[in-house]
Design a protein around this ligand. Structure first.
Ligand code: EPS
Length: 396
């Protein structure tokens, strides 16, 4: 079973990520992870924090001589900003009679974890909540996802994403996806494939920043090279759609997920929605079946069908506003303005990279479940055997 967990506060000393269950023999160097960490830090509209951090991983375990060895992979990513927050974040108790710590937060932000967290965890200072609720945590997810991505690339499975919408401005992607979506998207300041929309988005971000406001948007993630039959129809918790949905909805500020044509399918007739099935001689991953359309987004009955997996993820605007919204001062119960902490105007481009990472994890988990393998060689052999079995069945 592949699993990962993360630890760390936004302004604490470091973030930690542990990935367990990855097969031995995956070629891996720190640079494979650092490249993905750097992609997550890009994007017009980020705040000053991104100029402070230059995320780099330290591999603590599970990797030797450039290959995974099958044991849990421990990763550490230091927060450079920690040096400015040591007193505020110090784990040691305060001396008797000491001044209260700086940067106490008692005016919870609408849309953030502050309020429910203070009440649920019995904290007077929302910093005890917001430090962990911060999207800084996604750094550790991207680190784990980078290893999953490396495993998948060994099997010919690739992932890419682009920003499809930002602040209501829709990007028109090219009629055909490029072979390497990220090679193009990563060249754009907003990770869009539409340079005209990008200019309008940048103008909007500048305007909204002046207004002290924030913006959300939609990213589309595409995974290619998947064999038919990952996931299963037999039980609710084995359906891959559900697992992908859960993983995406767990990303900070994500409020919606669509697979394939998603909500639009609900507005159309069946004949306009389902992807007709044809025989083909050259699609071994799909059991030599072809489709003229991919409205299902690569999933039918909770299983991959051999077509590209297409997931759209919607992020709400960031809840830290420089022009704060109404809230309650939790010390007195009086009406107040929410705390205005340093933050980003938008983080939609970063969210695409995080969504790729979460998808890489869910797909790697499904691949390991189906093909097993304590080593990459064993996993590959099992995958090849399965593909040969499918090919034989159709007499090709
Ligand atoms: C975040 C607030 C900002 C973001 C941060 C997420 O950080 P700070 O409070 O230090 O200005 O920059 O994102 C990251 C640090 C990151 O690496 O993505 C929040 O409140 O969620």
């Amino acid at each position: 079973m592949l699993r990962f967990t993360t630890a760390g506060e936004s302004h604490g000393p470091a973030l930690i990520s542990i990935l367990e269950g990855a097969p031995a023999g995956i070629p891996l160097v720190a640079r494979d992870i650092d490249e993905q960490l750097a992609r997550r830090q890009q994007g017009y509209g980020r705040g000053r924090r991104m100029q402070i951090e230059h995320d780099m991983v330290e591999l603590l375990s599970g990797v030797r001589a450039g290959e995974t060895i099958g044991s849990p992979i421990g990763m550490l990513i230091r927060n450079r900003d920690w040096k400015n927050w040591q007193e505020i974040m110090d784990p040691a108790p305060d001396a008797e009679g000491a001044e209260p710590r700086k940067r106490v937060v008692t005016r919870p932000r609408p849309g953030h974890a502050d309020l429910a967290g203070m009440l649920k965890y019995g904290r007077d200072d929302a910093r005890d909540i917001l430090e962990r609720a911060s999207a800084r945590e996604t750094t550790a997810r991207v680190a784990a996802g980078a290893i999953c991505r490396k495993l998948l690339s060994e099997l010919g499975i690739t992932l890419g994403s682009h920003v499809a919408e930002l602040g209501g401005i829709v990007a028109t992607p090219p009629a055909e996806w490029p072979d390497d979506i990220n090679a193009l998207a990563d060249r754009s300041q907003l990770r869009t494939l539409d340079s005209d929309a990008e200019s309008r988005m940048i103008e909007l971000i500048d305007k909204v920043k002046r207004d002290g406001d924030t913006l959300g948007g939609v990213c589309e993630v595409v995974c290619r090279g998947l064999p038919v039959g990952l996931g299963s129809h037999v039980s609710w918790d084995r359906k891959l759609d559900g697992r992908i949905g859960g993983a995406m909805m767990s990303i900070h500020a994500v409020k919606g997920v669509e697979i394939g044509s998603g909500f639009d399918a609900a507005r159309r007739r069946g004949s306009e929605v389902h992807d007709e099935i044809y025989s083909a001689g050259d699609k071994p991953l799909a059991g030599n079946i072809s489709r003229n359309t991919n409205r299902a987004g690569g999933l039918e009955g909770g299983m991959t069908n051999g077509e590209p997996l297409v997931v759209r993820v919607a992020m709400k605007p960031i809840s830290t506003l420089m022009r704060p919204l109404a809230t309650v001062e939790m010390k007195s119960g009086e009406a107040a303005s929410a705390v205005a902490e340093r933050s980003d105007v938008t983080a939609v481009p970063a969210m695409g990279v995080i969504a790729e990472s979460m998808l890489a994890f869910v797909i790697a988990q499904a691949v390991i479940e189906k093909f097993g393998g304590d080593s990459l060689a064993e996993l590959k052999r099992n995958l090849d055997g399965y593909l040969a079995q499918i090919a034989e069945r159709r007499g090709s």
